[in-house]
Design a protein around this ligand. Structure first.
Ligand code: AN0
Ligand code: CP
Length: 319
């Protein structure tokens, strides 16, 4: 594996899940693999979990880790080619990327969607430029349209907590005051569609996701109906995908907030969210604090998904 951008990069999911289970029980079995290897983590956007879990995963593998917050202390970067750079941006990404590549062996990149130009976001320009110009294996720490380390951790978590072979998994939109990317929802759909689970997506009209990610999932506009008999409720907000509303907040209707009355419609479902979560917008205090909530073990599994991915990237490096 020499990049990790989407579900296809990880190969067969049963193998990846078995490797995750092995690593979870033997976190320090591969400390020799990362010796004298350096991970560079580049953040164009904020993070708590991704930053800490990915650094921890790399340290478990014996790596050295460098973290760059592009917006704090680095030169402002131009990303468009052909621009006359007479504004506030002092450096071009096309120089910055190979320079950064020269100091490390593996690069992780976080770069969210701009939510202004759909084509630009869905072309994944920033992470693709890293792949093309860094000369290093690159992995996504959430790019414009996907968050695969999150989805992999979500899948590990569902496998750990499921009580039937084919659980009913429901991805539900929930309200949020600010425009958020579709990345977490897209990626979750992409990974769950790669399993044989019963998969339902529910959202208000206007919040349809890219059909390429929805795939064969059942889309149910009535949230309460979607919740019936569910084993896992996965809540997430996203902004509109469909033109002409791309990147817009169309609703903050708290009738879509996940609460105890809706959870009572499920088959005693587990509650999941990638975090950070806005309480009493996305989910009520009592639901996220209930014993059915697995948001903390879900977040803990980010260390495991990252370690599988970094281990495989290390194994791909020339000796
Ligand atoms: C981001 C998002 O929705 O993509 C990161 C989630 C992991 N969330 C926020 O910006 C609140
Ligand atoms: N779930 C997730 O990626 O969290 P952070 O944005 O805090 O990294």
């Amino acid at each position: 594996m020499n990049k990790f951008i989407d579900v296809t990069d990880i190969g067969p999911l049963d193998k990846a899940l078995a490797e995750a289970a092995d690593i979870k029980h033997n976190r320090f079995a591969y400390t020799g693999l990362g010796r004298n290897r350096t991970l560079l983590m580049i953040f164009f956007n904020s993070s708590l979990r991704t930053r800490l879990s990915t650094q921890k995963a790399a340290m478990n593998l014996g790596m050295n880790v460098m973290v760059l917050d592009v917006n704090q202390g680095a030169w402002k970067l131009e990303t468009e080619r052909g621009v006359v750079m007479d504004g506030d941006k002092a450096e071009h990404l096309l120089e910055a990327i190979p320079v950064m590549g020269s100091y490390c062996d593996i690069i992780g990149v976080r770069s969210f969607a701009g939510l202004k130009d759909r084509d630009e976001d869905y072309e994944e320009r920033v992470i693709n430029q890293f792949i093309r110009y860094s000369g290093r294996p690159v992995f996504s720490m959430e790019a414009a349209t996907r968050h695969p380390l999150q989805s992999f951790a979500d899948l590990i978590t569902i496998e750990e907590f499921k009580t039937k072979p084919r659980p009913k998994v429901v991805l539900t939109w929930a309200p949020h005051p600010k425009a958020l990317p579709q990345a977490v929802a897209n990626s979750f759909a992409e990974w769950i569609n790669a399993t044989d689970y019963d998969f339902v997506i529910t959202h208000p009209h206007g919040y349809e996701l890219d059909p390429a990610f929805v795939g064969g999932a059942h889309v149910e506009y009535d949230q309460r109906r979607a919740f019936e008999g569910a084993d896992f409720i996965y809540a997430k907000n996203w902004s509109a995908y469909t033109a002409p509303n791309y990147g817009k907040v169309l609703s903050t209707d708290r009738d879509w907030t996940v609460d105890a009355a809706k959870m009572a419609l499920t088959d005693n479902a587990r509650f999941m969210h990638c975090l950070p979560v806005r309480r009493n917008m996305i989910v009520t205090d009592d639901v996220i604090e209930s014993e059915r909530s697995i948001v903390i073990p879900e977040a803990a599994n980010r260390e495991i998904s990252a370690q599988v991915v970094i281990k495989r990237l290390l194994e791909s490096l020339p000796h």
